[in-house]
Design a protein around this ligand. Sequence first.
Ligand code: DCP
Ligand code: MG
Length: 561
Amino acid sequence: MRTPSSSEPPSKRRRMSSDNSPSLTPTPTGATVKLYLVQAKLTSQDISELFSLVEAHNLKVNKSPNNPNLTRLQFCHSPDNADTIMTNVRMRKRLERHIDWELAKDKAIVTPDWLRDSVQQNALLPCGDYAALRELKQNTIQNCPDSDSDEPGQSSISCLNSSARPEPETEQSQSTSITKTHYTSRYACLRPCPMVCKNQDLVRQLGVIRRSRELEGKDVSALSYERTISTDSVAAYPYVLNSSRLDEISKLPGIGDKMFSKISEYVSDGKISESQTIAASSRYKSLCLFTQIHGIGPTTARNLYDSLGLRTIDDLKKHYHSPNTLPAMRDSSSSDQERRMTTPAPTLTIKAALALLDDLNEKIPREEVDLMHDTVMAELEKLRPECSSTIVGGYRRGKAESNDVDIVITHPKLVSGSDQVMSLGQMLVNRLHERGLITHVMHLSGFHPPDALRTSNWDTLEKALTVFILPPVEGSRRVHRRLDLIFAAPEAYWTAITGWTGSKMFERDLRLWAKERGMKFDSSGITRRRDSKQYFPRSEQEVFDVLGLQWIDPTLRNADL
Ligand code: DCP
Ligand code: MG
């Protein structure tokens, strides 16, 4: 499936609108050079660094070392639209796996060092020295965007979709327009984000302030910290921040005066005093502790702290009469099994959640995630053969340890919107409960109120949010684990996988991005807003295609950090 933008020619060859879009009128701000990155043979760090170089800087550089007209650099999602293609592939045969040879002849094909050096020198450098393939060197020189063939003062179309193109720019509107373009390019779903970032400690300290704002119910402020941490710049910023880079940071959109002063403080003192004060405060520590418990949100936590004077988990246990030992349901005698066959899995109350706290706080290693998945699917096979499943969430993003296990399940014959999907979920939960594998249910579609959950952006898929425990194994301790099972008809399977792979910020930006393009994305499907046309992607690549996004590997969707 091709994206709507993939039929657009590259910027050099198209200066004016052919669709009367006002966004394509000439502007006084200089051209846009569109870049495409062939991700093969690049590490996730390289990919992230290159995207960040452009996006964290809202990058404008001189047109060439001798031409001071500013040129904006921008990534696009199709080689067809690109002016410059960056690749570490050095052989024709290899390159042809990614790019048509005739198309390649029409572009500058350079190694990523061309971008790095151009950014460093603040000017587009001649491409010849960076030609990735010897046989394309002449074409690369000719097609290089450093050439002065572009008249200054001309602008080209954005490589993004029509709704994301820059507004017409006049002297007065220039700043708004740049913000919009930048805002668009800041979507986490457009930029690969590996697990570690260069400024992890700063991210952690800003994270404390964000969390505190959340706990105090100051959601707007929390969101602005979240954005700064994730997609605005800090997590994406490819260099270790120091005083010489502060000026660059101050120009980034989204970094207001307050945020900037926090970052400056960190750069000069190695810490943010507000963050330290919060982290050390009894209130923050207690609210963090309380909200770990399923069923206790920030409002309840504040009440427990302020009105009842509770401070510790022991205080909570006393208040909720929660036992210090785990409930007896861990053993699997035959009488227990009989009982479980006649009674559904109990709901996880605050009292039970407190008793399970230590277990549920223990991280789950990948091997155990695999084992849990195998165990669940073996039971499902007995109930309904030929189901397919994918482990999603943090595990799919490559996390070494997860807080819970998320599995998307489908069957080729499931019919969307029918009771079948729900009853499959219900049957599986019952069966796992009978086997002593599911001990509690936190939410089961159709049986519990839908938004007892974490987000108002939740999808309409059937799901069972449960507490699971692996069968006993001689000599090893059994640990209760959080297990989320998501059930989708085949047409929603791939959107469910994309929607549940995360990270949270990646998903949020995916929804915003889709909205900008007149689409609605959630885990249950993609719909075009104007005529309610529904899309049924048959792979995750197709989900990205429908949304007009370049593929980002799950391991590079760690926008939250
Ligand atoms: N999700 C979302 N919005 C939310 C919560 C979740 O879009 N408010 C999506 C993105 C998450 C995925 O669902 O990555 C799974 O949610 P988890 O809470 O299980 O988070 P992760 O699996 O990413 O991490 P972990 O389970 O290790 O904490
Ligand atoms: Mg998870």
